[in-house]
Design a protein. Structure first.
Ligand SMILES: NC(=O)c1ccc[n+]([C@@H]2O[C@H](COP(=O)([O-])OP(=O)(O)OC[C@H]3O[C@@H](n4cnc5c(N)ncnc54)[C@H](O)[C@@H]3O)[C@@H](O)[C@H]2O)c1
Ligand SMILES: O=C(O)C[C@H](O)C(=O)O
Length: 356
């Protein structure tokens, strides 16, 4: 018997006898991985990037092609995707890359995928807020999520397109309408706020940023970005001036890049880095690794708002545990009230866009 056929039989036997709680879907996923290995691809997960030819999409595609947890990488965009795909596909890493161009190929891009990363949409120019992107990006996210609901309803979705505070509620409403909504699987990516917070705090403390862990909660726009400097690891303290400087710099990190790029877009390279850091955490969770915890904007009961960013534990089914805020100091309590006010409006705007 061929090794692949043997492995298929072994998985089918083992999952039936050893772990009867495995769903048929989980067994199928394991079998697909064996098939992929038999065809020369690496074992791992199937990942699609929607908006793969853009400023974030291209470096994100490159970094995901380098990720050993990825076996199949689908790149989808409405322009320039064949070139990006040809380029990335020459990298001698394990993942098999396929490109998909235009709405007519969206379903093929999505079918069978386990993780979908969405950086599709327009970026800011100087003078704009993230909310100014709503009119264009809301429709893009709606269309892509309708495709996900139809073709890969069980996939984990990492949503990057701005304004995240509204696009996540839009995606949730699309999935609810389609009857496929699983709150654990819809994750708004706020990792760049954490990456920036770690960097800026490390600068002030004179530490290596890799040793620093700053929880950033709330949402992903201006005052809704709330770094919890009282909970920084390793434990440390800041003067009121340092707290004010760091909080403002973290909240305005996106604008700092938009202004420096002077009309040529917003953060792309640091965002691709943050997106891969986050996607890798999701894949480790899917693989069953224990203790994978990162911040994300998710369906939440931590506050009275339906969505909120906090630390979440990522597991086989997505965001399996949403952590509470922990003790806040007075500065953070004031920041939280301000964040919640702005967030409530942005969340409602997203929900109304679908319900109108
Ligand atoms: N969450 C975050 O922390 C964060 C950080 C940076 C940027 N962003 C957001 O990410 C988005 C993308 O930024 P960028 O710099 O890559 O922009 P970009 O314009 O360089 O790239 C966007 C890509 O999306 C594609 N696209 C447009 N409509 C599409 C559709 N219907 N289907 C598939 N692809 C489509 C475009 O063709 C383009 O290639 C923006 O909304 C930006 O604000 C979010
Ligand atoms: O600032 C932006 O518009 C892009 C992104 O949200 C960021 O934080 O860099």
């Amino acid at each position: 018997m061929q090794p692949a056929a043997e492995a298929r039989q072994r998985i089918a036997r083992l999952s039936a006898h050893l772990n009867p709680t495995n769903s048929q879907m989980e067994v199928n996923t394991m079998l697909e991985r064996v098939d992929c290995r038999a065809k020369g691809g690496s074992p791992g997960f199937k990942v699609a990037i929607l908006g793969a030819a853009g400023g974030i999409g291209q470096p994100l595609a490159m970094l995901m092609k380098m990720n050993p947890l990825v076996s199949v990488l689908h790149l989808y965009d409405v322009v320039n995707c064949p070139g990006v795909t040809a380029d990335i596909s020459h990298m001698d890493t394990g993942a098999v890359v396929r490109g998909f161009l235009g709405q007519q190929e969206l379903e093929a891009a999505l079918t069978g995928m386990e993780l979908i990363i969405i950086p599709a949409g327009v970026p800011r120019k100087p003078g704009m807020t993230r909310d100014d992107l709503f009119n264009i990006n809301a429709g893009i996210v709606k269309t892509l999520c309708e495709g996900i609901a139809k073709c890969c309803p069980n996939a984990i979705v990492n949503l990057i397109s701005n304004p995240v505070n509204s696009t996540v509620p839009i995606a949730a409403e699309v999935f609810k309408r389609a009857g496929t909504y699983d709150p654990k699987k819809l994750l708004g990516v706020t990792m760049l706020d954490v990456v920036r917070a770690n960097t800026f705090v490390a600068e002030v403390l004179g530490l290596d940023p890799r040793e620093v862990d700053v929880p950033v909660v709330g949402g992903h726009a201006g005052a809704t970005i709330l770094p919890l400097l009282s909970q920084v690891k390793p434990p440390c303290s800041f003067t009121p001036d340092e707290t004010e400087y760091l909080t403002k710099r973290i909240q305005d990190g996106g604008t700092e890049v938009v202004q420096a790029k002077a009309g040529a877009g917003s953060a792309t390279l640091s965002m691709a880095y943050a997106a891969v850091k986050y996607a890798d955490a999701c894949l480790r969770g899917l693989r069953g690794d224990a203790g994978v915890v990162e911040c994300a904007f998710v369906a939440s009961q931590v506050t009275e708002l339906p969505f909120f960013a906090t630390k979440v534990r990522l597991g086989r089914t997505g965001a399996e545990e949403v952590y509470q805020l922990g003790p806040l100091n007075e500065y953070e309590r004031v920041g939280l009230e301000k964040a919640k006010k702005e967030l409530a409006t942005s969340i409602q705007k997203g929900i109304s866009f679908i319900k109108k």
